[in-house]
Write a protein that binds this ligand. Structure first.
Ligand code: PMP
Length: 316
């Protein structure tokens, strides 16, 4: 399997198992469990360009590495590297690509060749484990500014008793993909998924928050969601600014139709306003003031403009 030999896409350099390689040399075997069964876990991470300091900073790197280890633990993966080694690998990869802009990238830990061990192999003596870092895209232009229109998907979110959403596994994104295809075919930008109990979970690749009568509301971590790092940050910012906790509770579908504001939150989506749900405008159909305020707070923190969050930045 080659990252780019037959690809129509341009890729940046890749960190693969300890070395920096050009994308056409970033090859792993088709005998790997990651190629065959999507057996991997990963983190989507962002580094922001700090204009004043003239350098890149990784936002919340240690928190991402912690979640990566949580995903590996649940999936019975033996980490091929230590947390310190992943940290250094991210810095090495960013330096090698010499980015001078905000970039989104992925740190993937994968199950390699398991021989005849098949689906249940998990011990280091039975299966090789490896890791790569690749990516370097920016953001979906326009969406963070103008907002997006979403539908509620007819597909239900994966459940903790079968395919835990708490694990950031590559394979989980096939559930997202089905919902995303349905949304695109119906003319929406993205989809929100409900749990089997018909409570709001999240979008195809981000958490979701609502504003109703001045309260910030978001589904609990038990509602089939990834424990989003951006979600935790926004709840923290909200508490500091309003002196009230954000409300983590089950959300019904119909609350989406009467919310004053809705937005997606995540490393990739950052804070993306949702301006319509199922064809109905959210509030006045424009990104709302709380959405804008939290968006600005995230960017200020991640770009090194808010000293309160300097400890969450890893300089490159
Ligand atoms: N949910 C899903 C399904 C996601 O893919 C993401 C993006 N990683 C998120 C939520 C947001 O998580 P985070 O804020 O940690 O990026």
């Amino acid at each position: 399997m080659s990252a780019s030999s037959k690809s129509r896409h341009r890729h940046n350099k890749v960190w693969l198992n300890g070395g920096i390689v050009p994308p056409e040399e970033a090859n792993i075997s088709l005998f790997t469990q990651t190629a065959m069964r999507g057996a991997n876990v990963y983190e989507g991470i962002r580094a922001y360009w700090d204009e004043a300091a003239g350098r890149m900073n990784v936002w919340k790197l240690d928190r991402h590495i912690k979640r990566l280890f949580e995903s590996m633990k649940i999936m019975h993966m033996t980490s091929p590297y230590t947390a310190a080694e992943y940290r250094q690998a991210v810095i090495d990869w960013l330096r090698a690509n010499d980015f001078r802009r905000d970039v989104h990238f992925r740190l993937v830990v994968y199950f390699g060749d398991a021989g005849t061990g098949g689906t249940t192999a998990y011990k280091p003596e039975d299966v090789e484990f490896g890791a790569w870092i690749a990516g370097g895209g920016g953001r979906s232009d326009g969406q963070v500014d103008d907002g997006i229109s979403v539908c509620v998907s007819s597909w239900r979110r994966i459940n903790d008793d079968s395919m835990p959403a708490r694990v950031k596994a590559g394979a989980n994104y096939q559930n997202s993909r089905l919902a995303g295809i349905e949304a695109a075919e119906r003319g929406f930008d993205d989809a929100l998924l409900l749990t089997r109990e018909a409570k709001l979970a999240e979008s195809t690749g981000a958490g979701v928050m609502l504003v109703r009568d001045g309260e910030l509301i978001t589904p609990p971590v038990t509602a089939g969601i990834l424990e989003s790092i951006t979600r935790a940050f926004l709840l923290d910012i909200w508490r500091r600014r309003s002196n009230r906790p954000g409300v983590e509770r089950d959300v019904d579908r119909t609350e989406l139709y009467v919310a004053d504001e809705i937005f997606l939150c995540g490393t990739g989506k950052e804070v993306t306003p949702v301006v319509a749900v199922d064809g109905m405008p959210v509030g006045d159909g424009k990104p709302g003031p709380v959405t804008r305020e939290l968006q600005a707070a995230l960017w200020a923190a991640a770009r090194g403009e808010d000293p309160a969050w300097a400890g969450e930045l890893t300089p490159v």
